[in-house]
Write a protein that binds this ligand. Sequence first.
Ligand code: SF4
Ligand code: SF4
Length: 378
Amino acid sequence: MLGNLPHDNKSVRKIRKLHRRWREARMFANAMASASHPILAQIVPMRRCNLSCTYCNEFDKTSDPVPLPLMLRRIDRLAELGTSIITFSGGEPTLHPDLDALIQRVRSHGSICTLITNGYLLTPDRIRALNRAGLDYLQISIDNVQPDAVSKKSLKVLDRKLEWLAEHAEFDVTINSVLGSDIRRPEDAFEITTRARGLGFTSTVGVLHDGAGQLQPLNSEQRGVYDRIFALGGGLFTFAHLDAFQRNLIQGLQNDWHCSAGGRFLYICEDGLVHYCSQQRGRPGIPLDNYTREDIIRESAAPKSCAPFCTISCVHQTAMLDSFRQRPRETLAGIIERRKERDPSWQPPASVRMLDWMFLQDSKRRDRLGAIVLRLLR
Ligand code: SF4
Ligand code: SF4
């Protein structure tokens, strides 16, 4: 992807990427240091959406943008609570007239800023404005190759936007394809993934959930497409995440995990209330202005009966960080083992070899070094 860029653009991208990795490392250290702050908060600046995907329960057609001063106050409050990553979602957040100012505010607090969009309003100028505002990550979910009655988030409609992103974006881009009963042609997910990777983007594949965030089991054709996408490979931690949660869900099996939504993950609706996630709104339903560390600790620990068949992948990811915090050796060993099971010839990258050496090899000296690093991280 970098091959066609003017030299200056390439350098800017590399510098911004390095800076982002450094801030991610700090976020990771922060997540290790304490369990009493949110790792990730999703916040809705705009419930209205310019599309109407038939499976979606997260949009309306009438609401106004949340006024700028209110949004800024909510971002400041999330920063006071120590939130590491703030994600704008919707509805369609790019409809908000002050989105760039909101991104700048997130960055002014040192948090990582991400945006989930349907991509329809992206133009080269809009992408450059997002660069200037300091966006770190952008995610587009693409449901099919050709638009149909269910969804118009389609590769054919969005492909030009993807090319603009490849050309102009200084932030990281992830393309999410989807499998589920509402998606007519499961094969489309494979085509979307290969196109995304061809443009140099990260790709993920999600499983559609019902109106409570719960799994809708996949049929054999959908599972076959998932296996083909999985076989394309990807980053170690992407694999770990997919292995740990999605492989079970794909087979219709439940996961044994603790959901710490309401604590490590927060969902802030347009009315400024804290909810567990987009699919479990109303719990705890406390205004963000009044949300305290005690609320975070209590809700984080609260059992959630919807956890076994939950498909909300960003909450799975926060759980993976917590699992690393609590049991670093076992978590890392499990990740590496599952990756090697899939691909026996796989060689870990240098960073993983270093973690492996510190945490997993059998030596007293290394044990001591691992303990020191853990203490520093914590
Ligand atoms: S684009 Fe996103 S928010 Fe809008 S209707 Fe579709 S899934 Fe819902
Ligand atoms: S398990 Fe957690 S993230 Fe999943 S649906 Fe329930 S509350 Fe939401």
